[in-house]
Every structure is written in structure tokens, then in C-alpha cells.
Design a protein around this ligand. Sequence first.
Ligand SMILES: C[S@@+](CC[C@H](N)C(=O)[O-])C[C@H]1O[C@@H](n2cnc3c(N)ncnc32)[C@H](O)[C@@H]1O
Length: 280
Amino acid sequence: MAKKTKPSRLDEEAVVSALIQEGYPGEFSGKLAFECFRDMLDDERRSILDNSELFDDSSRLRTWYRLPRSPKEAHMLFGMDAPRVLKTFLKVLAILPSVAPFRTIVDLGAGTGSLARLISQDWPDCRIICTERERNLVDIGRAASKEFPNIEFVEADHCSLPETGVSGDVLISVIGFDLVPQTSNAASAPSQVEGIFKAWHEISEADAKLICIARIPTPDALRSFLSEANRAGWAVDLGFSDFVYADQERFPALLFTRTEADTQDVDPQEVDFFWTLFGF
Ligand SMILES: C[S@@+](CC[C@H](N)C(=O)[O-])C[C@H]1O[C@@H](n2cnc3c(N)ncnc32)[C@H](O)[C@@H]1O
């Protein structure tokens, strides 16, 4: 991979138009996009949607990801909160030059690969592997990425990635409510994240970085998230980390470096300082 230090060529306007071209509801409010997505479904799938309570547990959320059967449906689903998607993708594009040079990006839980296709425009020489456990999203993503020879898809759960032979020197994880408990006592809720961080550690190359943008709602939840990462061998660099601002919401964009597991625990005061620095 050639050295690259310049900022991303894809500015907000370019990213918005690329997402709208893909089928994202750029101009819609979240609620309207959700209604459109719901309207597109046949009766059977609409009733699955109506009977699933999104935030109750991740298996119900998983049901949602199985519903879309076309790019339009998938992008409506992921574009329910289009401003968040946009700001998150822009943040990833802004961080990437600071971790260059790299050879292989793994987009973990890539959905239909929209982010990968944006990255590919900026970094055409880089190999991009999209991993995703929902087959219909993988199928839609593969079809949508036909013109992108450097993008490939692997259907796998995060925890089974070490068995797939996938590896990379930059790992990206854009996670919403899937892995981060959103309750007020999020820090004490049982978490599946440590095992996932371990799997990501196993598939990462020696000098790898992990960019993780996650809807972490409180400083307690962030401290617990960072400790789990640390135990699995991911040391956060809060000096390089940042926040995403989207609508009424703010959430961390974290940069981790691969280390040996548990080398240095996170300093809770440093985490609190990081949180307040961004206006909380
Ligand atoms: C919030 S969506 C984000 C999709 C995409 N990264 C984006 O930003 O548009 C989370 C994605 O992660 C996938 N996912 C959730 N848990 C997973 C797991 N354990 N293993 C693999 N993929 C998972 C979901 O199927 C979904 O496509």
C-alpha cells in the first residue's frame, strides 16, 4: 500500500451523494425512512418487524437484519438514522490517513458494505474484506460490490472469524446497538464484547489498529468497554480518539492498537477526562 498522509478526498457532499446513489434515504427523517422500509416488506416480514422489540435483546435485533432482500430495503433499514450513518462514515474516512500505510482492511459487521465501497474510492489499492453474519446482507453486498475488485465478503459471526483465515492490519467496527448495552446501568450488564475483541485480536496482524465507532451511552459503559478491550489485547489511544456528533447524539470513535493482552489497564480518570473534553 502506497503511503498516504493527505486527508480523505471524499468530503461530506461526495459521501452524501454516494450514499443517496446507493439507496440511502439521505433527505428523510429517521421515522420516515423506517416507515418506507416497513412499507416495502411483504405481510409476513412486516409482522416479524412489528412483533420484534428492537432494544430488548440482540437476537431480536438480529431478526431485523434478516428482513431486507434488496439493496433498497437494506439501505432503508441502515438509513433509519441517516445523519448518524453519514457522520460515522465520514469519521472513519477522516481517521484512515492517520493509520496509513496499511494493506488489508477488515470491516467487521459490514452490513451491505456501503462503507467499504466509500473507502475503496479513497484507497483503491487496499484489499477490503467485509465480514457479516447475515447471509442476505452478504448477498446484497456482494452484488452491490461487483464493480469493486478490491472488496470481498466473508459470511461469518465475529466469534468464528479466527476459523475463516481472514486477517488484516486495519480493523473497522461500526457498531450500533448490537454489542453495546444501552441501559443506564450498561457497565454492569453482562457483555459479550470481550470474546469478540479476542476474536478480532486473533485475526489482526502484529502492528494492527482497530477503529471502533460505537454508540456507548455513558462514561461507565465506556470504561467497561475499554477494560474488556484491554483484557483482549487492545489498548485504546484516547489522544487519537474522538467523538461523532449526529443530531442529538454523541458517541466515541475509538482508536486501539494491538498489544499483548492486559498489558496496561485503562486509567478511569483519563476516560472521564476524555468524556468531558467532548462537552458532556
Ligand atoms: C449497526 S449494523 C452496521 C452495519 C454497517 N457496519 C454500517 O455501518 O452500515 C451492525 C451490523 O453488524 C452485524 N453483526 C451484528 N452482530 C454480529 C456478529 N456477532 N457477527 C457478525 N456480524 C454481526 C449485523 O448483522 C449488522 O449488519
